[in-house]
Write a protein of this length. Structure first.
Length: 177
């Protein structure tokens, strides 16, 4: 349970906000990182910590593409193919990525390592083709850079080095002030 495993971190996080509910996105990231995706049980757990109705968590999970309601691969490759990126070749890039991974968009490779998704604007339109992998941006991509990224992520997975640690990012500023 999140409350038991991250008691100190959650207390420190909640102390930073005037209202508990303001920490909802942080706790949703924490739950997703812990369980791999936001299951119904995970959303109810977050709602319980924050004294919110579970339907509120469900609505946020549905709104933000960063939250997954289904199991995903270890690395979620979210390629923006919204209009501005499409004008810079994002659709061809998505096709190339799907070919390299051997799975179509919105699916996961059989080894569970990669989930390929397409998403709406991530705010890096001028650096397309771009993707976000586990909250980290990769920009000005081409086939060579994509190959290098896949090789790097496979090497990190083989070394047991998750990339990146969402929990570390969530709590990196807790206690700084
Ligand atoms: S349209 Fe792709 S980042 Fe904005």
């Amino acid at each position: 349970m999140l409350r038991d495993k991250y008691a100190n971190e959650i207390d420190a996080l909640l102390a930073r906000f005037p209202q508990k509910k303001s920490a909802v996105l942080h706790l949703m990231h924490l739950a997703q990182n812990e369980y791999g995706y936001l299951s119904d049980a995970a959303m109810r757990e977050v709602a319980g910590i924050l004294d919110l109705d579970p339907t509120h968590i469900l609505s946020l999970a549905g709104f933000y593409s960063l939250f997954y309601e289904e199991p995903t691969g270890r690395y979620v490759l979210e390629i923006c193919n919204d209009l501005a990126c499409a004008l810079r070749g994002a659709d061809d890039f998505v096709d190339m990525a799907a070919r390299k991974l051997g799975v179509p968009p919105e699916s996961t490779t059989p080894d569970g390592l990669f989930t390929l998704k397409t998403v709406m604007c991530l705010g890096a339109c001028h650096r397309a083709p771009m993707l976000q992998c586990n909250l980290k941006f990769y920009e000005n991509l081409d086939e060579t850079r994509f190959d290098a990224l896949l090789a790097d992520l496979r090497a990190k997975a083989a070394a047991g080095d998750p990339e990146p640690s969402v929990v570390e990012r969530i709590f990196s500023y807790v206690g700084e002030r």
